[in-house]
Design a protein around this ligand. Structure first.
Ligand SMILES: Cc1cc2nc3c(=O)[nH]c(=O)nc-3n(C[C@H](O)[C@H](O)[C@H](O)COP(=O)(O)OP(=O)(O)OC[C@H]3O[C@@H](n4cnc5c(N)ncnc54)[C@H](O)[C@@H]3O)c2cc1C
Length: 458
């Protein structure tokens, strides 16, 4: 065990996964002592196999490394500029994987563990934090991930209320609004309900004829599905059954459920009553992303794309993320966290990683990076303003703390739909999807370097 500096009180980081390891590294790199609490090996989780820090529990991929046109590649870039430990160890232990960043998981985890063990300002304590931290831990980063230990999860739930902390996600696919064909779909809320024009046109509607509906049900029933892991159980609630389970209950079930064709008139063909209507609801305040209402699913990803593109208006849909249902502990962050990732009900507790409602290794590490910097700056008496939502890390932060709709909040991967639209038209005749992505990435890089104060070094 290493000695911490006595003139600055330590920040306590709970959880030595992707987020917690990065948070500890960032805070210590800013000169603030950190105590990192990791419960493994004393207390295992259902998915981790080792006692290493930053263990990758499933795939060994950090996904695309294309920082010029891909949002997750851009996240890699921003983390590299910020001296990230996770991305640095990923780079140093990478394996050939085409345009993706894949890593040797054992060497990667070993490097993260050794680096933190060797840092003079980091103390690693092995053991579960089995409830709310003691009162004298005045700055805490909770980074306990999707498999937060039950004792701590229960204690957090005591602070947040029953609907503040979920134990499963039930994700409906999310579509980029600009990829919906508005010559077939239209904006309207059922029975034109709402006080304002915005409310009366809150949903995007996709009409189906009888033939289209029947073919869609056949495809849903035939599609390959993912099994739950043994330890996950089958977390179905009647309110959010997977769409294919509803279809299995009867071919008409969906027409009386999420696809009911009532209270809506198709302006493209007002005299024909659709047999069924699929509705999409705004996912973020920017209105760039829409989720397909009631379409949580266990269908395999490839099948989802194929089946959902059968829906009239979604033939060319681009998915910001596909649907799923998993064991996943996460907060209702838009309601519970402030803009600096602190719990409004107890601001000494800051949250980071997948427990905040981001999804994926890279996104979790990115939120750890930010939480570590915010906590350390606060500790040093010079609080940071959050990075702008035009950056990849800022866009994720903005989404989880304010941009997402709290009542339907589900975990999110990074994607350009989370970024504010470009202020100016693309220059030099550029106008395709890739050009737009490139422009988002260029703007993000500028703003990230500004935020880091690192422009001179770029
Ligand atoms: C089965 C499964 C498969 C996944 N597959 C992928 C994938 O292929 N690709 C991908 O990008 N993402 C995947 N994910 C999501 C993945 O977990 C996250 O992306 C990422 O690991 C989350 O990082 P994190 O730091 O938030 O949590 P973790 O990496 O899980 O770290 C949390 C740490 O906190 C510790 N901990 C928990 N409670 C306590 C406590 N009370 N006291 C002390 N320590 C505690 C845990 O032991 C763990 O080490 C998967 C998740 C699961 C559950």
């Amino acid at each position: 065990m290493t000695q911490t500096r006595s003139d600055i009180a330590p920040i306590h980081v709970i959880g030595g996964g992707m987020a917690g390891s990065e948070a500890a590294w960032q805070a210590a790199s800013m000169g603030v002592p950190v105590v990192l609490h990791e419960m493994r090996p004393e207390r295992p989780t259902d998915a981790h196999q080792t006692d290493g820090l930053a263990e990758l529990v499933c795939s060994n991929s950090f996904r695309s490394d294309d920082h010029e046109t891909n949002a997750v590649g851009l996240l890699h870039w921003e983390m590299r500029q910020a001296g990230g430990l996770i991305i640095g160890a990923g780079d140093r232990n990478s394996l050939p994987a085409g345009g993706a960043l894949a890593v040797d998981r054992d060497a990667f985890s070993a490097e993260v563990t050794a680096t933190l063990e060797a840092h003079p300002l980091v103390t690693i304590e092995r053991g579960e934090v089995p409830g709310l931290p003691p009162a004298d831990w005045d700055s805490v980063i909770v980074a306990t991930g999707p498999l937060t230990s039950p004792a701590l999860a229960d204690a957090i739930r005591g602070l947040t209320g029953d609907d503040g902390l979920a134990f499963f996600d039930a994700i409906a696919p999310i579509v980029h609004a600009e990829s919906v064909d508005l010559s077939k779909a239209w904006f309207q809320s059922r029975y034109d309900k709402g006080e304002t024009e915005e409310e009366r046109t809150a949903y995007l509607n996709c009409p189906m004829s009888r033939e289209q509906y029947e073919a869609f049900i056949d495809a849903l029933l035939a599609a390959p599905k993912t099994e739950f892991k043994e330890w996950e159980g089958t977390p179905y609630f009647e309110g959010c059954l997977p769409i294919e389970v509803m279809a299995e209950r009867g071919r008409e079930t969906l027409r009386y459920g999420p696809l009911k064709p009532v209270g809506l008139t198709n302006p493209h063909d007002p005299t024909v009553k659709p047999h069924a209507i699929v509705q999409l609801r705004k996912e973020n305040a920017l209105g760039t992303l829409f989720n397909i209402v009631g379409f949580q699913t266990k269908m395999k990803y490839a099948a989802q794309t194929e089946v959902f593109r059968m829906i009239p208006g979604l033939e060319e849909a681009r998915f910001a993320r596909l649907g799923g249902i998993h064991r996943n502990t996460f907060l209702n962050s838009p309601r519970l966290l402030d803009g600096a990732m602190r719990l409004k009900a107890d601001p000494r507790l800051r949250f980071a990683g997948q427990v905040t409602g981001v999804e994926g290794y890279v996104e979790s590490a990115a939120m750890g990076l930010l939480a570590g910097r915010l906590a350390a700056a606060e500790r040093l008496g010079a609080p940071l303003v959050a990075p702008p939502p035009t950056t990849a890390i800022g866009a994720l932060l903005n989404h989880i703390t304010s941009g997402a709709e709290a009542s339907t909040f589900q975990p999110m991967n990074v994607n350009f739909g989370l970024f504010p639209p470009l202020e100016a038209p693309l220059k030099g005749g550029r106008r395709g999807k890739r050009d737009r992505a490139r422009a988002y990435a260029e703007r993000a890089k500028d703003h990230w370097l500004d935020w880091l104060g690192a422009r001179a070094a770029a």
